[in-house]
Design a protein around this ligand. Structure first.
Ligand code: PAF
Length: 283
């Protein structure tokens, strides 16, 4: 894997590859790569001539200083993962080079209220940081295809908005959440879970699965109660939200309709670690 740290260097290399008509796939990450990221890289390698992965722990999307400080940064291991997956280019920029004088502020007002819902309600400013950095990264890499994991579903909806507004030439690929065999969604934050917190964390995917299994028989309000009852078997989990929403508008669904695709979304703390997960229903 070729590593580029400077925006000017990677820009030159990618321009040359594009002049040779190479298809570029891009997997933006914040590192601490796990099998979920590896699955995105594998998909990109199949679809494209060149796969670029970026690792950049973006300070502007952390609303909690200690979350930013404690975010895992196992860069040597990450490079090994990228090598073994066959990723060709790693972009590893510094904060100063991303937020340099070339950085153009994005007019966040033109983004829909989706950025202030669900995650946005509990992590104020989080998506403003995500929108700014993703716009900057896409400006630099300007790939043909981008790959994102379903686990951060709201982020995927917002990135689709960025693409529609600024990068209609980019194709977005939503890739399934990768789970441990017991259902836990892979996340870079899972390394912070103690053994008992990890046991609690299993209740998140179990609640979503229960909702999915029962959604033909019950309406959203009852399903949410059933999910919360299961989670509350452990009194150590603090739920930020568990909702059933329309997968396009993220507005809560009161009554299922065949015209809407419903998705159950959850965010909860297991100890100090905040986890998110989701599942499409009726599928
Ligand atoms: O999902 C992530 O890892 C980050 O939010 C992203 C998209 C790389 C932006 O910093």
């Amino acid at each position: 894997v070729q590593i580029y740290k400077r925006v000017s260097d990677i820009s030159k290399v990618l321009e040359a590859l594009k002049r040779k008509n190479k298809l570029i796939g891009y997997v933006p990450t914040m590192g601490a790569l796990h099998q979920g990221h590896a699955s995105l890289i594998r998909k990109s390698i199949i679809d494209n001539d060149i796969t670029v992965c970026s690792i950049f722990v973006n300070p502007t999307q952390f609303n909690d200083k200690s979350d930013l400080e404690n975010y895992p940064r196992p860069i040597e291991l990450d490079i090994k993962t990228l090598m073994s997956e066959g990723c060709q280019i790693l972009f590893l920029p510094e904060v100063n080079d991303i937020y340099s004088k070339d950085f153009e502020e994005v007019d966040l007002m033109q983004f829909s209220s989706i950025r202030n819902m669900l995650e946005g309600r509990f992590r104020p400013g989080h998506f403003d940081g995500v929108i700014s950095v993703v716009k900057r990264l896409f400006d630099i890499v300007n790939p043909h295809n981008v790959y994102f994991g379903q686990k951060d579903f709201q982020q995927c909806v917002i990135i689709n908005e960025i693409i529609k507004k600024y990068f209609p030439q980019i194709s977005f690929h939503l890739c399934p959440t990768v789970r441990e065999s017991d259902g836990l969604a892979l996340s870079s934050r899972n390394v912070h879970l103690s053994i008992s917190e990890r046991q609690d964390a299993l209740k998140l995917s179990a609640a979503l699965a229960l909702i999915k299994n029962n959604c033909a028989e019950f309406e959203p309000r009852d399903l949410i109660k059933q999910g919360l009852n299961l989670i509350n078997e452990s009194n150590r989990i603090i739920v930020d939200y568990l909702e059933i929403v329309d997968s396009e508008t993220l507005i809560a669904i009161e009554k299922f309709s065949p015209n809407q695709t419903a998705i159950a979304v959850i965010a909860a703390f297991c100890g100090k670690t905040r986890l998110v997960d989701n599942m499409f229903l009726h599928q």
